[in-house]
Design a protein around this ligand. Structure first.
Ligand code: ATP
Ligand code: MG
Length: 220
């Protein structure tokens, strides 16, 4: 398994109230799978994705990513896992407006000491994979929504991560552009990428190979 999560439990505390978000959640993802996670608003999809992305530590549970027992490594090791093994794609793209597309795609290399020339080549390669070679020197504001998301996907792909996590990646796109992005995910999946995509849209979810539904803190 690439991802092996067992007995995950997570709560948020605000003042005197405690919200139980995830409870007794298990998840196994084989390398190369394309999975969708659906669930109502507030059901904990983003929380789970943050945990899988090593951004949040849950109250309880174990998480193996490849050979690593994620919750038992040091924070330095965790930072390096985040930088090398995980690519994030968000609903709002999160591109830096002052930088060109190419510079945005090169950003993840800042965190793993990659030589500039290699970073440059791999960023161009990632942009080619998402069909954005002709837009490398544009600023994000000069792109269409679909192009912005493709640039963000290129940035997620650039370091060649084992796992791609996408939180509502088509949430800000019209249906035609959404389809374009989903087709791209399917292509990446065909090329062996492992993708976990959160969505509240059934039609979007069905582009994945396996559909999971989050309810009452766990998969139904
Ligand atoms: N940092 C936080 N502090 C306190 N409560 C939080 C925090 N983040 C999320 N929550 C609460 O935890 C629950 C799960 O939130 P989460 O963002 O994971 O849901 P979601 O399934 O992604 O929802 P949506 O579909 O609306 O994006 C919600 O009730 C939310 O209010
Ligand atoms: Mg969310």
């Amino acid at each position: 398994m690439l991802v092996d999560v067992k007995n995950l439990r997570h709560t948020y505390t605000q003042g005197v109230t405690t919200i139980n978000v995830l409870n007794s959640l298990n998840l196994e993802v084989a390398p190369g799978e394309f999975i969708s996670i659906m669930g109502a608003s507030g059901s904990g999809k983003s929380t789970l994705l943050h945990i899988l992305g090593c951004l949040t530590k849950p109250r309880e549970g174990t998480y193996r990513l490849g050979e690593t027992d994620v919750f038992s490594v040091t924070s330095n090791e965790l930072a390096s896992i985040r930088a090398q093994q995980i690519g994030f794609v968000f609903q709002m793209f999160h591109l830096l407006p002052a930088m060109s597309v190419l510079e945005n795609v090169k950003l993840p290399f800042l965190y793993n000491n990659t030589p500039a020339k290699t970073a440059h080549e791999r960023a161009l390669e990632a942009l080619q994979q998402v069909g954005l070679s002709s837009r490398t020197h544009h600023k994000p504001m000069e792109l269409s929504g679909g192009e912005m998301q493709r640039a963000a996907i290129a940035r997620a792909l650039a370091v060649n991560p084992e796992l791609i996590l996408a939180d509502e990646p088509t949430g800000n796109l019209d249906s035609k552009t959404s389809l374009e992005i989903l087709t791209l995910f399917q292509k990446l999946h065909t090329n062996g990428r492992t993708i976990i995509m959160v969505t509240h849209d059934k039609d979007v979810a069905h582009h994945a190979e396996r559909n999971l539904f989050l309810q009452d803190g766990t998969f139904q």
